[in-house]
Write a protein that binds this ligand. Structure first.
Ligand SMILES: Cc1cc2nc3c(=O)[nH]c(=O)nc-3n(C[C@H](O)[C@H](O)[C@H](O)COP(=O)(O)O)c2cc1C
Length: 169
């Protein structure tokens, strides 16, 4: 699909088919996260893939946003590896966010749906998955084939005008 069509077509999928994602396809989508840019090319992003029934059930206990996807990604950054130079502020979340965005778009290109889930408690996820202190989860991302009845939220196309968000000077 042409790139601009793809970014317009992508929407948050909140209903999934009970259908496995082929391992090679999932890997291809994850690879889009691997090659995302990171501050000072530190590459601190880590992605955990909950794909067994037990692992997905465990993730489903950590958020009210449960949509029936066969796989849930936990997109994290290792704060020991992320850069805070030269500005003195951490770029861990920015790095994880860009990787997550690459993944969402690569998934849409592959016919898969995703939704960014921010509604979770970072401490609870860290405890449930026995993360070391330095590993911080920034997004949960259910991923799978959209159900036949899945449609975008009615507000999906309600975007501000360019003139409201851009100022030339
Ligand atoms: C940082 C962030 C956090 C979000 N958290 C949630 C969430 O917890 N649950 C949910 O269902 N959707 C969540 N979303 C999805 C947004 O609601 C959705 O992207 C927005 O309404 C625009 O819809 P669209 O993705 O279909 O264009 C989140 C999106 C972003 C970018």
């Amino acid at each position: 699909m042409e790139f601009f069509d793809l970014i317009k077509e992508r929407y948050s999928v909140r209903e999934y088919k009970d259908k496995e994602i082929p391992a090679e396809l999932l890997e291809k989508v994850l690879d889009a996260g691997r090659i995302a840019p990171t501050a000072r090319n530190c590459q601190p992003v880590r992605i955990l893939v909950a794909r067994s029934k037990e692992a997905v059930a465990k993730m489903n206990e950590l958020t009210p946003c449960v949509y029936g996807a066969p796989v849930v990604l936990i997109i994290c950054a290792d704060t020991n590896e992320s850069s805070s130079q030269p500005c003195g502020r951490s770029f861990a979340e920015a790095d994880a966010t860009i990787a997550a965005t690459h993944i969402m778009l690569a998934a849409a290109d592959a016919g898969l749906g995703t939704v960014w889930v921010g509604r979770f408690d970072q401490k609870e996820v860290k405890e449930a998955l026995s993360f070391p202190d330095e590993l911080v989860p920034f997004a949960l991302m259910p991923i799978g084939y959209p159900s036949d009845t899945s449609v975008p939220n009615p507000r999906h196309n309600e975007n501000k005008e360019l003139s409201e968000i851009v100022k030339y000077f």
